[in-house]
Write a protein that binds this ligand. Structure first.
Ligand code: ATP
Length: 371
């Protein structure tokens, strides 16, 4: 079914991947929050299921059936819960098929969540379509030698660099110039060992940096970045890096900012985007009802920000701010899952956030100005 006739700037066809492990529990929680957003604002989410992942592989032999890919392609945006062992055949394929080239992974402290560093507010901009993730691996007949191909193109490196510099500028605007230091982009690579492939990535970033004189630009090797993230994460603003380094560093950054249960992400392309928590399907806690839904809710917040831009409707901006305020308020009230020191279950947190969305927007409709 095509949705084009129904589409307006407040109507969103949302493809939904419920995923595996803690995925379905988190998706249920996400629906509670999305429904409260729809009720509170003049926004309308139409959910379309796009089954994918381990359970789908078991059910019909394909982790990402063509029909699901079609549903995703025809939707406005996709919200995805984590999938299990089939991540390579689902999310990697979706990223490639839809050319979702920018993986945005913020790491930011939340008020009232303990973390080792109090002022972490950084974002990793990860190139999402190339590098070792192109999946070209082979092993010779003897089984003694395996090879993996690392692909870096100038085109992909330039566009991710541009995205990173634009992020730095928009973050500066968002912070109302409150940050003590200038906006900065740090390009993370291992160009001393891989001067051709990572070298091309670095050169591309350097050439884009010339167009952004107000953004401080520097290079850092990935080993040094890993060390500095645990030593002085507050010094980072925007990190731009290739696929594999970005994957590893973003898990590290999420721990620094308070834990995997709080880390959202966006996969952005020219005309489409998919939003998902950074964490995996966490089989160790699946079915226990204790998964932290905040990473999922913050992914919804990122989606609302993106929808505000693409649909040109500032109601999405207002909704995004109220979702964030509601999350802060619920955590401050002590309603938290065990991973961040509370004893609430997933549903309780979802209900509290959705109730807060309704309350906050009623109490202070003018608190969040249009931007
Ligand atoms: P993947 O390889 O798919 O990224 P993983 O095996 O590295 O997955 P995760 O599934 O992300 O790991 O989980 C790592 C640990 O973090 C698990 O032990 C899990 O209990 C915990 N964890 C992950 N997500 C959450 C969450 N939303 N709430 C609470 N704990 C979580």
């Amino acid at each position: 079914m095509r949705w084009f006739n129904l589409r307006s700037e407040s109507f969103v066809v949302l493809s939904c991947i419920e995923g595996d492990g803690i995925g379905p529990e988190l998706f249920e929680a996400a629906r509670v929050v999305l429904d409260s957003i729809s009720e509170t604002f003049d926004l309308n989410f139409h959910y379309v299921n796009a089954p994918a992942g381990d359970r789908e592989l078991k059910r019909n032999g394909k982790a990402l059936p063509k029909s699901s890919l079609e549903v995703i392609k025809e939707s406005d945006a996709c919200l995805k819960a984590p999938v299990g062992e089939t991540a390579k055949d689902t999310i990697l394929k979706i990223r490639q098929e839809l050319d979702l080239y920018a993986n945005i992974r913020p790491a930011k402290n939340l008020p009232f969540v303990e973390s080792k560093f109090p002022n972490v507010d950084l974002v990793i901009v990860r190139e999402n379509t190339e590098d070792l993730y192109v999946g070209r691996e082979s092993i010779d007949a003897s089984g003694q030698k395996a090879t993996a191909l690392k692909v870096v193109t100038k085109r992909a490196s330039l566009r991710i660099a541009k995205y990173a510099f634009e992020q730095a500028l928009s973050r500066q605007k968002e912070h109302n110039n409150e940050r003590k230091s200038d906006p900065s982009v740090i390009c993370v690579s291992k160009s001393n060992v891989l001067p051709k492939s990572d070298g091309l990535f670095v050169k591309s970033c350097e050439s884009v940096s010339k167009k952004y004189p107000s953004v401080h630009f520097s290079n850092m090797y990935v080993d040094s970045a890993a060390m500095n993230l645990v030593r002085n994460p507050e010094a980072f603003d925007v990190i731009v890096t290739s696929n594999m380094y970005g994957d590893v560093l973003s898990d590290e950054a999420s721990q620094i900012a308070g834990g995997l249960g709080l880390a959202p992400s966006a996969n952005i392309g020219e005309h489409f985007a998919l939003f998902e928590p950074v964490h995996g399907a966490a089989p160790d806690i699946a079915g226990k009802g204790i998964a932290n839904p905040i990473a999922m809710f913050l992914s919804i917040k990122m989606m609302l920000d993106w929808l505000a831009k693409t649909k040109g409707n500032s109601d999405f901006n207002r909704a995004s701010r109220i979702v964030e305020a509601a999350i802060h308020s619920v955590i401050a009230s002590g309603v938290k899952t065990p991973d961040i020191g509370g004893n609430a279950n997933t549903n309780r947190v979802a209900e509290a956030v959705s109730q807060e969305i309704r309350q906050v927007s009623k109490k202070c409709p003018l608190r969040f100005p249009e931007i």
